[in-house]
Design a protein around this ligand. Structure first.
Ligand code: C2E
Ligand code: CA
Ligand code: CA
Ligand code: CA
Length: 276
């Protein structure tokens, strides 16, 4: 038994070593990628549910990896988080998106609000507001998407202080993936977000389940009671889009509306028409 135990320990530590080496290699690549501007924003349009005009654009990170090609967030966000690099990645994506937006404005198009994803690490950084104030951001047309788990690993006071600072700058707070994790009414009341995005797991079944449809209506009612605008995400069919509009959702986002696209395609979209 002793032998077996030792063997196990060795196997385990060999695995751990391999994993550590992998993470270390990944960390180096990631740091270099950040330096070289390999992380770039993709853009997914959001439309007003009634008019179908583009009223927002979510910024989604992609990694142009020199060897592996274009990587999706599923392949790097979590590891970057484990390595403590997600705050730097968020900062790099925000800067790149602001640069794209300035270029679009120079082209003469009307650019709607852009929404960036902000990790808990970045939101709890006490220097965040100072740092943003030094950027050229036109905060009135910027939103930060925060996960509803934001209070879990962070000091509530730190989070709320930053949220207050962001709002004072004119940056909108939005709760992302509402209903997928630790959705709480108290949390909503503390953060007082401008908008909430209802998770696509709650959106998908509304066309096939009466119960889920009623639930969606109730969530919209709660949001309305708290003066929060509702964005439905994961809108994959026109049937969903119609029903969500009927249930009172304000803004729609999903493949039925538009796919995430690179900056040049987004500009083309904005130039052609603001209706989808
Ligand atoms: P998210 O914030 O919930 O973003 C929405 C995700 O759903 C995106 O995946 C988007 O491409 C995808 N999506 C959009 N419409 C539909 C649809 O109709 N159906 C389905 N099935 N999916 C749809 P993506 O781009 O792979 O991003 C995944 C996650 O990675 C994001 O989820 C977000 O949590 C995270 N992420 C992406 N970019 C950043 C970033 O710059 N910073 C941070 N901290 N996280 C990011
Ligand atoms: Ca860091
Ligand atoms: Ca998001
Ligand atoms: Ca989301």
């Amino acid at each position: 038994a002793k032998k077996l135990g030792r063997g196990r320990v060795e196997v385990f530590s060999a695995q751990m070593k391999a994993q550590l080496n992998n993470e270390r290699r990944f960390g180096k690549q990631c740091a270099r990628g950040l330096e070289k501007g390999e992380f770039i924003p993709y853009y997914q349009a959001q439309v007003d549910a009634r008019t179908r005009r583009i009223v927002g654009i979510e910024v989604l990170a992609r990694w142009h990896h020199p060897k592996r090609g274009l990587l999706q967030p599923a392949e790097f966000i979590e590891i970057a988080g484990n390595l403590g690099m997600l705050d730097d990645l968020d900062a790099a994506i925000l800067k790149a998106a602001l640069k794209d937006r300035r270029a679009w404005i120079r082209q003469g198009v009307r650019v709607p609000r852009i929404a960036v994803n902000v990790s808990a690490a970045r939101l709890s950084d006490p220097l965040l507001v100072d740092e943003l104030q030094r950027l050229d951001i036109e905060p009135d047309t910027l939103s930060f998407e925060l996960l509803e788990t934001i209070f879990l690993d962070n000091s509530e006071d730190g989070v709320l202080a930053n949220v207050a600072g962001l709002k004072a700058m004119g940056i909108d707070i939005e709760i992302d993936d509402f209903g997928s994790g630790h959705a709480s009414i108290i949390g909503l009341m503390k953060l007082k977000p401008r908008r909430m995005k209802i998770d696509r797991q709650l959106v998908l079944p509304i066309t096939t389940s009466r119960e889920q449809k009623r639930l969606m209506r109730s969530i919209v009612d709660i949001a309305k009671a708290l003066d929060i605008e509702v964005i439905a995400e994961g809108v994959e069919t026109l049937e969903h889009a119609k029903l969500l509009t009927r249930l009172g959702c304000d803004i729609l986002q999903g493949y039925a509306i538009a796919y995430p696209v690179p900056a040049a395609d987004m500009l083309a979209r904005l130039t052609q028409t603001q209706e989808l």
